[in-house]
Design a protein around this ligand. Structure first.
Ligand code: NDP
Ligand code: OXD
Length: 309
């Protein structure tokens, strides 16, 4: 039987149509891939936050909604969505996140700014310390956090990871719970936040938790803006406690003109480019999940609605 897959993100159609068709065919799936269809005829929906589709009620035959984004906070609470929801775990996206995190970690670790911007032509031959002396903490040890933690550990950074449930990742000191968070923060010369936005993670970094970081700590946030209390972060930067914050994600995106982050001398803004879903590799993940749905196997990367990620 030919399946109908609704690609519900018209702005991304040109980028995704060919890779999706190729991946579906490669997986041996007989699919009509469309951008419009009678809701009751749709078997799977490929979705992203830019999708105009908000009411899932009429999609009575739909077996799963397959998100192109890793983050699901803009869809997970949709009361009309009763179908299984899968988030994106894409090798290409993960690779990009590892590159962003390693790049920005090394910028701060090596003190690159001193040499890139040196208007006084100061010859200061102070050599940076080795990574093995610079502890890094990763909050969120999921698909992305674990890949980043592993890459940093491979460069000899002592890495602590923190997550909701217990983990065992070779070379990483994995902690959980409130006590684990306190320890993880206290060690973090560089803190990387790769948590999803949920009611439990909102403002996780507030005045009290920021105060647990060592003096001069650097924060890299490619997770979600709402993980950090903006005012508390600015206060901590101004007080000299936090050394620098490199932020990729914000409560409001694009970050509004006039927001203090744009002009703060110790804040770097990157415009939500830490990692992108890559059509070639992501299409294979979508095809695999459709194949699993058709074979009656559990979907990969299924979202837990109760937890919100
Ligand atoms: P995963 O779902 O694989 O991992 C999430 C991690 O966060 C898990 O380790 C989970 O713990 C942990 N976590 C969740 N809630 C809590 C909590 N209350 N306390 C402690 N730990 C918690 O997600 P990904 O790694 O794929 O993605 C992470 C986030 O990265 C996305 O949700 C998105 O917000 C962001 N992102 C940003 C991008 C960008 O370009 N800036 C691109 C892609 C994603 P456990 O393992 O125990 O479940
Ligand atoms: C994502 C993102 O969640 O790009 O995939 O932020």
């Amino acid at each position: 039987m030919t399946l109908t897959v609704l690609f519900a993100v018209p702005p991304l159609w040109d980028e995704f149509a060919a890779p999706l068709r190729a991946a579906l065919a490669e997986r041996g799936l007989d699919v009509t891939l469309v951008t419009e269809a009678a809701p009751e005829a749709v078997d799977y929906i490929v979705y992203a936050p830019a999708s105009p589709l908000q009411d899932f009620t009429p999609y009575t035959r739909c077996k799963a909604v397959l998100n192109l984004w890793a983050g699901v906070e803009r869809i997970v609470g949709n009361p009309t969505l009763t179908q299984p929801l899968c988030r994106m775990v894409d090798p290409g996206l993960t690779e990009g996140m590892v590159e962003w995190v390693v790049g920005h970690t090394l910028r701060h670790h090596l003190g690159m700014d001193r040499h890139i911007v040196n208007p006084g032509h100061v010859w200061d031959p102070t050599c940076p310390p080795l990574a093995r002396t610079r502890p890094v903490t990763v909050l969120g040890m999921g698909a992305l956090g674990t890949a980043c933690a592993r890459a940093l550990a491979a460069l000899n950074f002592p890495v602590t990871g923190w997550s909701r449930t217990a983990k065992a990742v070779p070379g990483i000191d994995c902690l959980q719970g409130e006590d684990g968070l306190a320890v993880a923060l206290s060690r973090a010369a560089i803190l990387i936040t790769l948590l999803p936005r949920t009611p439990d993670t909102e403002n996780l970094l507030d005045a009290a938790t920021l105060a647990r970081l060592p003096q001069g700590a650097v924060i890299l946030n490619p997770g979600r803006g709402a993980l950090i209390d903006d005012e508390a972060l600015l206060a901590s930067l101004d007080a000299g406690h936090i050394g620098h914050a490199t932020l990729d994600v914000f409560r409001i995106e694009p970050l509004p003109q006039g927001h203090p982050f744009w002009t703060h001398p110790r804040v770097t803004v990157t415009p939500h480019i830490a990692a992108d879903t890559r059509p070639g590799s992501a299409a294979r993940v979508i095809a695999e999940n459709i194949a699993r749905g058709e074979a009656g196997l559990p979907f990969l990367h299924l979202v837990d609605r109760r937890l919100g990620y």
